[in-house]
Design a protein around this ligand. Sequence first.
Ligand code: ADQ
Length: 461
Amino acid sequence: MSRLIVVSNRVSMPTPDAAQGGLAVALQAALRESGGLWFGWSGRTVEEFNGSVSFEEIDGVRSAVVDLEPQDVDEYYNGFANRTLWPLFHYRIDLAKYNRSFGSGYERVNKRFAEPLHVMIEPGDTVWINDYHLIPIASQLREHGVKNRIGFFLHTPWPPTRLLVSLPYHERLVRTIFAYDVIGFQTEEWLESFLHYCVNELGGSVDGEYVTVDDMTLRAVVCPIGIDFKNFLQASKTKAAQDLSERMRVSLRQLSMIVGVDRLDYSKGLEERLNSFEHYLNTHEEAHRSVVLIQVAPPSRGQVEQYQHVREKLNEMAGRINGAFAEVDWTPIRYVNRGYSRDELTALYSAAKVGLVTPLRDGMNLVAKEFVAAQDPEDPGVLVLSRFAGAAAQMKEALIVNPYAPEEVADAIQKAMTMPLAERKRRHQALLEGVRTQDVHWWREKFVNLIEETPHTEPAE
Ligand code: ADQ
């Protein structure tokens, strides 16, 4: 195994409370094994960018981070990454902002990252870049003469060509991807969209896993991310999990619980979900005073105005629906604007009869997999899953729904609530098998192997 260099916008170092996401844990394990390094933005700003790197080592994991200027953060992070690419990649061109300064800030920051990074890369290292913040960084590294194998994994969807061409300079962005040796997607659908663009907009050709544009060739593969299954099971046995389980038991009494857990983001379909739940309440009198929806949605990206709007809208909707349906002894929606630790999440998931995972568009969605992992195999809850989540490609035994259709989601909730035990067990067993075997470690090994076995070829002069 060669030394691994992981690059992502933010770096996650091991923490003593072990309350970390599966992705962070899996990448840390890979770095520990290979004696590698995790490079990214520190999350801090300095008045003037100076390229100085802060190194740290915790529990066998080494990191290197740089500070950015406030203007960098505005244009690169809050601008091009989260106001332009995120909405565009989630098919929301109505929300995408195409501001020229965002594009140049994005290119500038990728250049700024590549400066100190290229010096740290030694011959033989394998380089793994993550996500839409850093698409052009490989082309910058190549300009510095880096000839290592470099892979890119996109955690979000890749949009259809007809939407992508709405981005000014789309071709310039996509061409930089050919500086990589491998690109990985969560699903066939996103891979197909990417290949469609390469063929139809760049005149490329596809041969098996390889796509060639002019004299540049790239291996494009599907490699779906999973959760840290073992760790997740352990989390359900901790004191924090047991304590919350007990509190849930007392507070739910005879109520059947539906759970939603999401970052507060318009791509997660939260407004549509509340609409669907309202429709369910309107059409199922028997659910009144017997069903509760617990929706956990901590705010994210608060500096971007669309996130402020969605937050206001949800507050308003939850208040209105509760006002219309609540009784003195029952509130239909418990809407919670804070995050919970992984330990506590296991307790929330396992207390629920139904998991509602209904994004309008999602690269994968790990909440769907966590919900399945947390269920009691002898009396499992039912997953209601949007067909537009990448997870739906793997999790076919869930109740698959169109999140835009409130009647369909309400029917699925009803079906889940009344599903016989034998069918629940059958569906859960099949889902669990996938979540257990194709976990985050499987994903990480698969993707690193793909990069390691793909030789780097320089374009012909
Ligand atoms: P996200 O959009 O952040 O990630 P998701 O996969 O749903 O989405 O969640 C990632 C993690 O955040 C999960 O482990 C989940 O438990 C945690 N989380 C979410 N809401 C939470 C809450 N309310 N409280 C506490 N924790 C919460 C991006 C892509 C996804 C892709 C992942 C990984 O958008 O499609 O699945 O990367 O590739």
